[in-house]
Design a protein around this ligand. Sequence first.
Ligand SMILES: Cc1cc2nc3c(=O)[nH]c(=O)nc-3n(C[C@H](O)[C@H](O)[C@H](O)COP(=O)(O)O)c2cc1C
Length: 477
Amino acid sequence: MLATIIAIVLLTALVVLYIHNRRQTTHTILRNFPIIGYFRYFAETLGEYMRQYQYLPDWSERPFNRLERSWVYRSAKGVSNLRSFGSENVPPFIFRNAAFPILDEEKRPWTGKQIGIAEGPGACRMPYTAMSFFNISGMSYGALSHAAVSALSRGAKIANIWMATGEGGLAPNHLEGGCDIVMQMGTAKYGVRDAEGNLSEDKLRAIAAYDQVRMFEVKLAQGAKPGKGGILPGVKVTQKIADIRGIPVGQDSISPNRHKDIGNVRELGAFVNRVRTITGKPVGVKFVAGDPTFLDDWFTECLARPEGCPDYIHVDGGEGGSGAAPASLMDYVGMPITLALPQVTAARERHGLTDRIRIIAAGKLITPDKVAWALCMGADFVSSARGFMFSLGCIQAMKCASGKCPTGVTSSEERLIAGLDPTDKATRVARYAARIRDDVDTIAHSCGLNDPGGFLPRHVTEIERGVGGFRAPQAGD
Ligand SMILES: Cc1cc2nc3c(=O)[nH]c(=O)nc-3n(C[C@H](O)[C@H](O)[C@H](O)COP(=O)(O)O)c2cc1C
């Protein structure tokens, strides 16, 4: 009898817990897995106490270690990132602090940067002043769930940052938060293509008519798979995604390896000029550094035919992420941002284009130290994809391509997407962006700068050297 009563009480408790967790919106894992989800939190808590005995230290996970991920999680939740006792990190570089740092009353906010010029060859009718040096890098609608895109859009609005669409076209979810948007055109030109896959000027004009769409980005490549177009497995191509991309439901959506109409720097300039003329808005190019002659060729062309000069270049490191990419390209092709960025900024300077072309850097720059490093190396902006995925609750399950992401971030199954509440997660997205900016400011102040706009290569120094390491300051920096 007693056993029956205990069993009924336990069962009732489980049912109540199940219903409660299904209804709450704060913890995606518990919403999607109301009972077994507790094991994740239990194992996490236990891990803290077992740290001294465990076999996997906090810095050993890849691609992002637990130190990096928990920095993002804590920031997104608004929890303190203060640490005790000492650092577990072994940084490859450090910042050179000033003997006399900046006083609180001497601090200045970063006041924004204009992208695009209003006069002269290559001018656009509507240059864009971006108010944040840290923004959301493109992840296509389809690679991300509709709820994730909604949360990013709303969070970006709160934080006053831009959000790039990725190559899957512009979806209503991108627009719903009211944030500034960068419309990306991948090699398949989803969202702006005609029936043959060529650029449709009418569709481009229609998208440019949205005030929220502030810039256009021509994607040559992304770090995870240079030389390979977007890959959206058929299992993720739902009716909604198929409609936005203009493709059949359930079939793999594979973009060409290259824009068919862009095969050299002359054609690249012509395409940039065409898009800017039609849209009246700044146009950038996303690429991965590899061929050592490319930058000099391109910048020489920009000087010869300035009407085709991009307003910004977005350099993605070979360590960049993707919803789906061949392992060989992901592992072995494309320079890491640590090597690429200093080369790109040096080439821009060599050709006298520093005031003309803005540089956006991406590639595992998800914590304030890495963001500040990129600013020291000459980047005007930093963008991140996976940092913002973590702020949405991504647990690095590495299941993006299957459509079965347990946190709803990259899922295509509605039962899993339902766990991600866009309102709650929007707040986290905004908090993460704000914390990054605050902590980058703090590093700048420690270096004796009033704001992060003053960062130079001499403010950072390398500790570990070698291929893929962070660059040491050069003579004349
Ligand atoms: C799920 C996912 C989807 C992505 N989709 C695109 C895309 O459509 N277009 C693009 O240019 N880059 C795409 N990327 C690459 C990111 O925009 C970014 O350049 C790269 O991941 C480096 O930033 P991170 O290290 O902060 O993630 C994607 C990345 C991820 C993780």
